[in-house]
Design a protein around this ligand. Structure first.
Ligand SMILES: *Cc1c(COP(=O)(O)O)cnc(C)c1O
Length: 396
């Protein structure tokens, strides 16, 4: 059996996106900036994709949608733009959290070197920020609040609407990295008081290398790429039409099936989770209810996440021990540390991210395999041996 349970890292391309893209690889290959009919056909498709995306996230105008190369670029551009706007007003304070994606954290690090003051809020143990913490952190010189919609490792969903309202009251720009949320949770930028939002197609069965930055109209964006006047002068370079069409088709399809998929995936997620929690000395990371439908993140005391992943891979199961970007390093996940998981427990963590393609049979196989592998690893683990005898270095 081969089971893909790493949908938070990337997803399989869906039929909706694939079929929508095909004509744009050979037939309709014009450059949307060209005036001839080849170009105009591509331009019509591009305009339509922009309208579809605007509608899917509740944006008022298609012009508020900017196509980028993915979630990382959208995060970079939103944060750099807000910082530039803040700077001219003498505002150099930026609020974020300790458990953001590196596309956000590393951009903030860069701004810190340029003289911005970055304040990363701590998170409670359940992985959900209190909106009041944001209110308390806001100062007269705060330029931006950037807080993710849902976390990529532990799946916890943040109270973005409340945080956005607090930002509005205080005249502070609000960006949310919604890369894990788009296509899985309801998004409405108007109702949720969002000024900037990032999303990425490959996290909802769309193609890789394409994403969106929503920027509320009236907010000027800084360009990361200089050149032609594409994307209303906000991102130079000939638009990647096939993947943009794929993004729009995948998002539309995900929106149309959102409630039905969320119900199915949540049920299967809880089934797997309950199965895994039968394993002794196992904990769930992040609050259970307010989390992405497909996210499971558990820690097994006394074992190493890396060994767990390799043995699961031998059984045909693709999972993750943290985010794909950190899983090659031996440092424990910054997200788990941010919610107070002890370092040694964080090392024994496993993230399974399922999708609507996951079946009941696969869920049973996952539970059975993880149980076997954890038992096998614990049988050879000196740490577990101590824990089993009651020598506790930490509390789970
Ligand atoms: C995957 C991911 C990104 C990066 O998106 P890319 O399209 O791969 O650049 C950013 N933020 C979060 C929360 C993600 O999960």
């Amino acid at each position: 059996m081969y089971i893909y349970a790493d949908n938070a890292a990337t997803t399989a391309l869906g039929e909706a996106a694939k079929q929508a893209m095909l004509p744009y690889f050979d037939g309709i290959y014009g450059n949307p900036s060209s005036l001839h009919s080849y170009g105009q056909r591509a331009k019509e498709a591009l305009d339509k994709a922009r309208r579809v995306v605007a509608e899917a996230i509740g944006a008022k105008k298609p012009a508020e949608i900017l196509f980028t190369s993915g979630g990382s670029e959208a995060d970079n551009q939103a944060i750099i733009s807000a910082a530039a706007l803040g700077k001219v007003q003498g505002k150099r304070h930026i609020i974020s959290t300790k458990f953001e994606h590196h596309a956000v954290l590393h951009t903030l690090k860069k701004l810190e070197k340029q003289g911005f003051e970055i304040e990363l809020l701590e998170l409670p143990g359940n992985g959900i920020l209190e909106p009041e913490a944001v209110r308390q952190a806001i100062r007269p010189d705060t330029a931006l609040v950037t807080i993710m919609f849902a976390n990529n490792e532990i799946g916890t969903i943040q109270p973005v609407q409340e945080i956005g309202a607090i930002c509005r009251e205080n005249g502070v720009l609000f960006h949310t990295d919604a890369v894990q949320a788009a296509g899985h949770l309801h998004i409405n930028v108007e109702e949720q008081n969002i000024d900037f939002l990032s999303l990425s197609a490959h996290k909802f069965h769309g193609p890789k290398g394409t994403g969106v930055l929503y920027a509320k109209s009236g907010i000027a964006l800084s360009r990361l790429i200089e050149g032609g006047g594409q994307e209303r002068g906000r991102r130079a370079g000939t638009e990647n039409i096939p993947v943009i069409i794929g993004l729009a088709a995948a998002l539309k399809d995900a929106e149309e099936h959102l409630d039905e998929n969320a119900a199915y995936v949540t049920r299967l997620r809880n089934y797997i989770l309950d199965g895994l929690l039968e394993i002794p000395n196992t904990r769930l990371n992040g609050e259970r209810e307010k989390r992405l439908p497909g996210n499971i993140n558990v820690s097994f005391e006394g074992i190493e996440g890396e060994s767990l992943l390799l043995l699961l891979d031998d059984k045909g199961i693709a999972a993750s021990s943290g985010s794909a970007c950190t899983s090659s390093s031996l440092l424990p996940s910054h997200v788990l540390l941010a919610i107070g998981v002890p370092q040694e427990v964080a090392h024994g963590s496993l993230r399974l991210s399922i999708s609507e393609y996951t079946t009941q049979e696969e869920a049973d196989y996952i539970i059975q395999s993880v149980k076997e592998v954890v038992e096998e690893l614990r049988s050879i683990s000196p740490v577990w041996d101590d824990l089993d005898k009651g020598v506790r270095g930490h509390v789970i």
